[in-house]
Ligand binder design. Sequence first.
Ligand code: G
Ligand code: G
Ligand code: MN
Ligand code: NA
Length: 257
Amino acid sequence: LELEGELRQAIEMGGQLRLFYQPIVDLTSGRLAGFESLMRWIHPVHGLISPAHFIPLAEETGLIVKLGEVALAEACKQANLWQAQNPSKSGLFINVNVSPLQLAEPDYLTRIERILEEYGTPPAALKLEITESTVLGDVDRMIFILSALKDMGLKLAIDDFGTGYSSLSYLHRFKFDAVKIDQSFVRAMRQREDNTLIIRMIAELARGLGCEVIAEGIELQGEVQRLSELGCMYGQGYFFSPPRDPDTASRLIEASF
Ligand code: G
Ligand code: G
Ligand code: MN
Ligand code: NA
């Protein structure tokens, strides 16, 4: 209960909630393609609090709606800054995680539109990551919202793919720009080298539908070529880099070719 009050305060004050950035890499060329933004709470007393703790709290208390807006605004500011610092690397994207509870808000689209307008960020520089395992309510409404986001020019990714119930029907009914293969499948391959069937099939399916494929949770060098051969164009994981603070991420961009 105390933490809820403090989270509310942190959202209002700003400063304590910051986005970290984990590189997403082109697996064939090794080039930096973009980042997934991941929220961190730097608490004045408890230090760094993991989103694994405060995101569920934010979802239970409804604070996720404001928190999600803070994240999108922060990602817009960062995208603008990187664009100004590195105009030649304008293809870099920032992925932003979106809770299904945000999508359920009646005025979600208006809120998003307002933030994009305020910062003037090209929407195509942002990709919203939507977890498919948490489909709330009605699929038709969800498809409507997703289509409207796409019409605004935003890119959309389906996150943690393969772990939910609705994976296939969603892919069938809506054209996502990217599919993120859940890290559990990469872990399974790490445990047994021939555990690749599901990855191969998801990659083929996604590519057949015209989606980019991103493998999550890459921890070993050997997994890079392996996943590339299995049809994953992009990858993300501790092998490349953990999520980094904005300044460190900026240096990664400057060092990238
Ligand atoms: O960074 P880490 O792996 O500890 O993140 C844990 C979880 O918190 C992940 O599932 C991630 O998607 C989620 N998460 C991190 N940042 C955000 C955010 O800004 N919004 C939402 N909705 N979820 C986030
Ligand atoms: O749910 P979502 O896919 O948004 O969460 C991404 C989470 O995965 C983040 O908490 C991030 O810190 C974590 N993560 C990123 N790369 C790796 C990795 O290589 N191994 C493991 N175990 N976790 C990772
Ligand atoms: Mn994600
Ligand atoms: Na994921």
